[in-house]
Design a protein around this ligand. Structure first.
Ligand SMILES: Cc1cc2nc3c(=O)[nH]c(=O)nc-3n(C[C@H](O)[C@H](O)[C@H](O)COP(=O)(O)O)c2cc1C
Length: 144
């Protein structure tokens, strides 16, 4: 969406809830581009990652994504759960890793993806969705 148009729309609201999927270790670029424009709002984030949220790698995803938020905003919450990794994503990463064998970060990501591919099937599942609901119910109740 054109930046002026999205700013015009969000100016009507105090709370912005932004959903994203994890792309290259942070929120997807469209979500990041939007997040960069937000000022003086309450913000809550929810995201899906191909990786199990208990994997240590997820902490860096959360930190990188939250670091985009301008200080004029207040981050109220950030929910993240596992989504499904498509087999093509792993195949594409494999091509990238082969093209850049010196890039240890990419190789590390590929290892994580390969390990997480079977575990990610069916996510977000019923439990993930229930947890998301409980998380946001609690957050909304805290605003009353
Ligand atoms: C181009 C691309 C890059 C991705 N990069 C990452 C990543 O760096 N880390 C990760 O955990 N998942 C990554 N994923 C997996 C997506 O985050 C996952 O497929 C998505 O969260 C699934 O959400 P859904 O099941 O709700 O559609 C990537 C997926 C694509 C297509």
């Amino acid at each position: 969406m054109e930046e002026n148009k999205s700013t015009e729309i969000i100016n009507k609201y105090d709370l912005i809830i932004l959903g994203y999927w994890v792309e290259n270790s942070k929120a997807n670029s469209l979500a990041i581009d939007f997040l960069k424009t937000v000022r003086n709002k309450n913000i809550a984030l929810y995201g899906t990652a191909g990786t199990d949220i208990n994997h240590p790698y997820i902490k860096s995803v959360i930190t990188k994504t939250e670091s985009i938020i301008d200080d004029s905003n207040k981050l109220l919450g950030h929910f993240i759960c596992q989504g499904e990794i498509a087999e093509e994503v792993v195949a594409n990463f494999e091509i990238l890793v082969n093209a850049q064998p010196e890039n240890k970060m990419l190789a590390g990501l590929l290892n994580i993806f390969k390990q997480q591919l079977p575990l990610s099937k069916g996510h977000p599942d019923k439990l993930d969705i229930q947890k998301a609901k409980e998380y946001f119910d609690k957050l909304f109740n805290s605003l009353k």
